[in-house]
Structure formats: C-alpha cells, structure tokens
Design a protein around this ligand. Structure first.
Ligand SMILES: Nc1ncnc2c1ncn2[C@@H]1O[C@H](COP(=O)(O)OP(=O)(O)OP(=O)(O)O)[C@@H](O)[C@H]1O
Length: 243
C-alpha cells in the first residue's frame, strides 16, 4: 500500500531520517516505535506531505507521491492526526469538525460537509451530544476522538496517528485503541507512532523501531514482543534515549 525507499530528511545539520525503507501493509496497524527525537513525527509528516524529503521515494497505491502537495495526498486517501491534540479549544465541537472538513476539502459544498459531520455524530454519539460545547471542555479522550473524527471526514484509506496515547489516562488509551481496531476492521490501514513499545504492540500487527532516524528493528508483533520480553527493546520500552 505504501512503500518508502531510502528516505532522508535533514533539518540543517540534523539528519532526522537516514535511509529509511519500509513497506506499510494494507489493512494492518503498523507501529513506528522510538524515543523522543527518534524521527517518528518527521516520518509521518513526510508521508503526509508536511515535510519535504531530501532524498528517497514514497509510493502510495503504486503512485510516487513525495513531490505532490498535502491536499492532493488527502484526496488520494491519506489522513494525518498530528501530535498534541491540535484543536480549536474555544470553538464548538461542531465548528471544529467544520474547520477540519474545510481544511481538507476547501471547495466542497456546505451540505456535503454537514452530511459527513452527521455521519460522525452517528458513529460517535458523544460528539453529537456535545456538538455545541466548546472543544476545550471535552475530556482528553473525547478531544482525541474529535481530532480523529476530523481526519475521518476526508474518508482516508491510510490513517497516520502521531502518538495518539500521549497524555491520556490508561482507560482512555484503551478507548482510542479500540477505535483504531474498529477502523482497521472496516478496511483501513493505520500507522501509529508511539514512544512506548509495550503500548504500541498491544494493537499493532507489525512494527518498526526507529533510533536516531534509522530503522534498527522490524517485524511482526510476536517478534517485537519477544524482543521486548528478552529486554532487547528495553531502551525503547523504558524511554531511555541512546542519544
Ligand atoms: N523543525 C525542525 N527543525 C529542526 N530540527 C527538528 C525539527 N523537527 C524535528 N527536529 C529534530 O529532528 C529529530 C527528529 O525529530 P522528530 O520530532 O521527528 O522525532 P520524534 O521521534 O517524533 O520525537 P517526539 O516524540 O519528541 O516528537 C530530532 O533531533 C529533532 O530535534
């Protein structure tokens, strides 16, 4: 579904990604695991088009996309939920969804926007019930679901989520992860980045470990879990950066 070859991203003298090559498997939850600064956000931002690579290729559904703008990648089916629950806290839930919709589909008719938003309210009744409430008054988990919903409005086939569990209580992380599993069961391909390997491996089918911009380990859940159990991933699991 998504092939990444020899991807390199530099911020001035900093090599944030070095020769990253991966195959993202369709209809699976793919984890990108790494400590702070490993390059997870840079990788997701490069896939969605927010960051330009210095080198390398990204092909999505057989088409090279590394040179096409963000909005075209959205149209091709790539949705991105950025790190840090970015929403307009002093706007209503409804307006946040409208803004999210028009950010991704600037030319669409308002009627279509409202139809799509109503579908979201059916899928997530809590958002429908709180549609006139300021987004900042929602709980952390509800805010995360609102942000994911805004990305779902463009009906992505591939959803990128940057540290979706960050700052959430364990019970809320369970809810967000459950939602990701439901999306996968409807055919979506998902990439999540997480700092905590143990957390990511609860729901991921396959994963990649990034260290200082490089893929150092990759494999399916059982392989990565065996590394975790034998302490082979302890630096990642404990959050100790090897930098
Ligand atoms: N806009 C930027 N300008 C300069 N350096 C950057 C920029 N963004 C990231 N970096 C650097 O690139 C490297 C990779 O950062 P990145 O944010 O991709 O890592 P990360 O694994 O997502 O970490 P975090 O969990 O903190 O978001 C780090 O050394 C970081 O300091």
């Amino acid at each position: 579904m998504l092939e990444i070859k020899n991807l390199q991203v530099n911020y001035g003298p900093i090599n944030a990604l070095k020769e990253v090559t991966m195959t993202i498997e369709k209809n699976k939850i793919n984890a990108i695991i790494g400590v702070n600064g490993a390059g997870k956000s840079t990788l997701l931002n490069t896939i969605s088009g927010l960051v330009d690579p210095d080198q390398g290729e990204i092909s999505y559904k057989g088409r090279q996309i590394q040179n096409i703008p963000v909005e075209k990648r959205v149209k091709l089916g790539i949705g991105h939920v950025m790190e840090g629950r970015r929403l307009f806290k002093d706007q209503s839930v409804h307006d946040n969804l409208l803004i999210g919709f028009y950010f991704r589909n600037p030319k669409e008719k308002r009627r279509n926007a409202l139809l799509k938003i109503n579908e979201i309210y059916k899928q997530f009744p809590i958002l429908g019930n709180k549609q006139n409430q300021m987004a900042g008054t929602l709980s952390g988990g509800q805010q995360q679901i609102l942000i994911i919903s805004a990305a779902l409005l463009s009906e992505p086939d591939l959803l990128l989520l940057d540290e979706p569990s960050l700052g959430l209580a364990p019970i809320i992380i369970d809810e967000v992860y459950q939602l990701l599993e439901e999306l996968k069961s409807k055919g979506m391909t998902i990439i999540i980045s997480e700092q905590m390997a143990a957390l990511a491996l609860r729901i991921s089918d396959v994963g990649y470990i990034l260290e200082r911009g490089q893929v150092v380990k990759k494999g399916d859940r059982s392989y990565l879990k065996s590394l975790l159990d034998s302490d082979g991933l302890s630096s990642v699991y404990l959050g100790k950066a090897k930098v």
